[in-house]
Design a protein around this ligand. Structure first.
Ligand code: NAD
Ligand code: DAU
Length: 352
């Protein structure tokens, strides 16, 4: 088996930590370098179980910092990059768009430039794998699915910043022959997700008997995929995907927000041994998200047809396990929701 030095950016975040864990455990012959700035969303507690592994290395640093990025590429000569570091929450992108442009666009450019510079445009056996989102395609009507050919039509500052980073990666591939792959994935759920995103936020609020702020009429649709299935798709694409190709990843699992929240409330009542209907009483319809995308749904037939990947986790099982994880990992939730989280919550939800 080949030895590779792989830089995984954003490895202390939600999806990144699952990718790091998988690669560290499954590929002992690879040296895994996790580069993360440890923003509010990054948490080394997510990786306690692998931090002592011989093939795991953590580097604290910011992808916006050009001299620092250049220096770590020069020092470690990474054969491959799996790039997940990003500002990832749509609501934050509405209040602070520049943070998204700086990290998601300029940060990606810095990594591409450093990768080019160490390999001096001789890229045999190298790859830059960019992790992106289905939000770059915009919003669907009642029917239809996003395919890899769907034109880009990003609607939020977050989506636009991810679209710009996808374009940069492809442009470097075209101009400098930098070898790349891109995958665009639907909504992930599972353990270790920061409780600003719908599912962990609502689990946390139900547990603490706080209201559940449903944006608008709640009839927005998302396609949910367990994070472990996403990590396995990333592994498949990294090893078997073709150079310069894009792969859409999805769960074939569409839910309107309100139906998903009802299901979550039912499961939470059972798990907390509350009378039926208790959690649902917390549902509160609040002011809609600005520019809220109506529906996302992924056509994941290319990755299944060409690479043999499809999701393994059923939604019922995945949701139940996810709730159990948040109920069991109280310390994790308490730690991430102390301090700055309270100020964020007030700013985002007060007066909605
Ligand atoms: P996250 O917010 O949980 O984690 C992001 C990580 O990146 C954090 O550890 C953070 O500390 C780090 N980071 C942020 N800015 C950085 C910087 N300037 N320098 C270095 N590190 C920095 O995000 P996530 O949900 O795990 O998403 C990871 C990637 O997957 C993102 O690129 C996102 O666009 C993409 N994605 C997410 C989803 C989803 O449903 N969460 C779906 C599809 C694609
Ligand atoms: O589709 C992939 C994307 O999924 C990723 O690229 C993003 O990083 C990730 O955050 C996610 O974006 P969404 O905006 O779809 O996820 P979020 O959990 O923020 O919201 C899911 C849906 O729930 C959305 O329609 C908005 C709604 N919502 C969300 C929150 C936080 C509410 O109704 N109330 C809330 O408090």
């Amino acid at each position: 088996m080949n030895t590779l030095k792989i830089l995984i950016t954003g490895g202390a975040g939600f999806i990144g930590s699952h990718v790091v864990r998988r690669f560290v455990n499954k590929y002992p012959n690879y040296e895994i370098y996790n580069l993360d700035a440890l923003t509010y969303a990054g948490n080394l507690e997510n990786l306690r179980d692998v931090e002592g592994a011989a093939n795991y290395h953590f580097i604290k640093g910011d992808i916006k910092d050009i001299p620092f990025i250049n220096s770590i590429f020069e020092k470690h000569q990474f054969d491959a990059v799996i790039h997940l570091a990003a500002e990832s929450h749509v609501d934050r992108s509405i209040t602070e768009p520049n943070a998204f442009i700086e990290t998601n666009v300029l940060g990606t450019a810095n990594l591409l430039n450093a990768f080019r510079s160490i390999w001096k445009d001789h890229f045999e056996g190298k790859q830059f794998y960019h992790i992106s989102t289905d939000e770059v395609y915009g919003s669907l009507g009642e029917t239809g699915l996003f395919t890899e050919e769907t034109p880009y039509d990003p609607q939020s500052p977050y989506a636009a910043s991810k679209a710009a980073s996808d374009h940069l990666v492809r442009a470097y591939g075209n101009t400098y022959k930098l070898p790349f792959k891109i995958s665009n994935c639907s909504n992930n759920y599972g353990p270790n997700q920061f409780p600003e995103k719908l599912l962990p936020l609502f689990i946390h609020n139900i547990k603490n008997q706080k209201s559940l702020p449903v944006y608008g009429d709640g009839k927005y649709t998302r396609d949910w995929l367990h994070v472990i299935d996403h990590a396995s798709a990333i592994d498949t694409i990294f090893h078997s995907g073709k150079n310069t190709e894009t792969y859409n990843i999805g769960g074939l699992n569409e839910w309107t927000n309100i139906d998903l929240i009802q299901l979550l409330c039912e499961q939470m009542d059972e798990k907390l041994k509350s009378p039926k209907g208790t959690a649902a009483q917390l549902i509160t319809f609040v002011k809609d998200r600005a520019g809220h995308d109506k529906r996302y749904a992924i056509d994941a037939s290319k990755i299944e047809r060409e690479l043999g990947w499809k999701p393994k986790m059923t939604f019922e099982e995945g949701l139940s396990q996810t709730i159990d994880w948040y109920l069991e990992n109280t310390d994790w939730l308490v730690n991430v929701t102390s301090g700055a989280y309270q100020a964020y919550y007030q700013k985002m939800y007060e007066g909605r």
